[in-house]
Design a protein around this ligand. Structure first.
Ligand code: BDP
Length: 327
């Protein structure tokens, strides 16, 4: 081949490459949280990381603040492949893969380390396999924090105080049951609408972790926090299984590496954010109260625990958790 032909060929190859790159639309990553929140920071860093390590073969655009829709909608969009990626709380994912309910039971873990020891090991890998079959490839386990109750005009000090309260929950079986067992009425409201529900008086209380309590503005209404830490839960960075199949195996491996790195970053940022959120809340007049003993709450949860202990879908996981000697 003479020199001018070689040059022509090289030019043609680079034109084709450029055209292919342009044709590749960025993958959409759904996120409910605002900029600066640990999840958002970790997702942006994930997107940058992926672009770099795949030489821009995989480009991700993060859509924060739930601009693509609320969580129930996002779950469906990821499953169908309409949105390629998302960072979800465990609730919707355990509706898909029943065995995941095991790690979302109330008063199971004392801290996130216990939970991550299991999730970063064989149990987490098994959940990943099942979730993949259900439509979600897990790229990293994020921290969903320790969730506690908070109310407007009502100070909770003991189990009896829950009677008759309307408490916002995610539309997930465990949360609905948990609130009922406390003697209150669960009201399922999407996360984005909780603030308005407080404002309009539709709910008396909600439950969440401290960073969400503050970043979503709930602390401006609900001035009484009851630190039950009833659920310590993970979240997950996931990719639609349908879209995953379109990624070359070498790049899939890179996405997994970057996902894990982003999860570790998120978990670090989380600790700091919890402390900062508590300070912001205290400064604005929020009062924190903690139960003096948990026996009464745990015994109220018996039917919930019994249900999942006898369910074959969760029994093995619960036995593994018990055998891991977490307490
Ligand atoms: C936040 C979680 C988010 C949930 C939300 C909720 O990060 O995934 O959707 O709570 O309560 O803490 O709905």
């Amino acid at each position: 081949m003479n020199a001018s032909r070689k040059l022509l060929l090289a030019l043609w190859v680079s034109l084709v490459q450029a055209a292919t790159c342009q044709a590749q639309a960025p993958l959409k990553l759904w996120n409910i949280h605002p900029d600066g929140y640990p999840v958002s920071v970790a997702l942006n860093s994930f997107a940058e990381d992926v672009k770099k390590i795949t030489d821009s073969r995989v480009v991700i655009e993060v859509f924060s603040n739930g601009v693509l829709g609320d969580q129930p909608k996002a779950v469906q969009m990821v499953k169908s492949g309409e949105v390629e990626m998302a960072e979800f709380g465990l609730g919707p994912l355990s509706q898909e893969v029943k065995s995941m309910n095991a790690i979302n039971l109330p008063f199971l873990f004392a801290n996130a380390e216990q939970m991550f020891r299991l999730l970063d090991g064989a149990m987490g890998n098994q959940f990943k396999t099942r979730l993949e079959a259900g439509g979600y490839v897990v790229l990293g386990w994020y921290d969903g924090g320790a969730r506690s109750f908070y109310c407007v005009n009502k100070k909770l000090t003991g189990p009896r105080d829950f009677a008759g309260l309307r408490i916002r929950v995610q539309s997930t079986d465990i949360y609905l049951e948990l609130v009922k067992l406390l003697g209150a009425t669960p009201v399922a409201v999407p996360y984005k609408d909780v603030l308005a529900a407080f404002e309009s008086g539709k709910i008396d209380c909600a439950e969440n972790n401290l960073p969400s309590f503050v970043s979503a503005g709930h602390y401006k209404f609900a001035k009484n926090v009851f630190v039950t830490e009833h659920v310590i839960t993970p979240e997950a960075l996931v990719m639609s299984t349908k879209q995953w199949a379109k990624i070359a195996p070498a790049d899939q491996a890179k996405l997994r590496e970057a996902g894990q790195r982003s999860a570790l970053l998120m978990r670090q940022l989380w600790q700091k954010r919890v402390i900062e959120s508590r300070e912001i809340a205290i400064k604005s007049g929020v009062k924190f109260e903690a139960p003096t003993e948990f026996g009464a709450y745990i015994s109220r949860m018996k039917p919930l625990h019994q249900k999942y202990w006898t369910d074959p879908a969760t029994r093995t996981e619960l036995m593994t958790i018990l055998a891991s000697g977490i307490k």
